[in-house]
Design a protein around this ligand. Structure first.
Ligand code: ZN
Ligand code: ZN
Length: 170
């Protein structure tokens, strides 16, 4: 996953827009996270005070399971990515509170794959719903209430009691 910045670095351009599709080929990571291997990075690199700032959004999709109805669905997530690029990243600044990622520029290129994988891992939601109004599963008969209606609710109320209730309400 290389991003080439050679031209940008040697030009007098202040900023460079980046919109790139990548594939992640780490099979262990893919099967661990259920990630679809095609991801997108959209952002911009800026020259600031002798270093380069890279800001952008990583967009990825993974096969998720609804916490309410247990259906598998494709969940697309966008997460922010911020990095400082330089020839010699300040690796010994461990007590640096900022969560900005340091990336090393080698031969005019950066390889953010490891950091992007980590960002993906950290940004995956713990619990998600297939849709905001997912009706879930009937706890009584196990039917997926998004697709089917079950009679459980009706059967809980005896029709004879319904009549009695009507009388009492009068
Ligand atoms: Zn659901
Ligand atoms: Zn039911």
């Amino acid at each position: 996953m290389l991003i080439r910045l050679n031209k940008f670095l040697s030009s007098d351009q202040i900023s460079l827009k980046i919109d790139k599709n990548f594939t992640i080929d780490d099979e262990a990571f893919l099967s661990d996270t259920h990630l679809h291997k095609n991801i997108n990075f959209k952002g911009e690199a800026f020259k600031v005070d002798g270093s380069i700032l890279l800001n952008g959004i990583i967009k990825y999709t993974f096969s998720d399971q609804c916490a309410r109805c247990l259906t598998h669905f494709d969940n697309t997530i966008e997460t922010e990515f911020k990095a400082v690029l330089s020839d010699c990243p300040k690796e010994n600044e461990k007590d640096n509170e900022s969560d900005e990622i340091q990336l090393k520029i080698t031969d005019g290129c950066i390889d953010p794959e490891e950091d992007i994988k980590q960002m993906i891992y950290l940004s995956m939601p713990m619990k998600s719903l297939c849709k905001p109004d997912c009706k879930g599963i009937c706890p009584n008969c196990g039917v997926n209430l998004n697709y089917e209606e079950c009679k459980c609710k009706d059967n809980l109320i005896d029709p004879r009691f319904e009549k009695l209730k009507d009388l009492l309400n009068d």
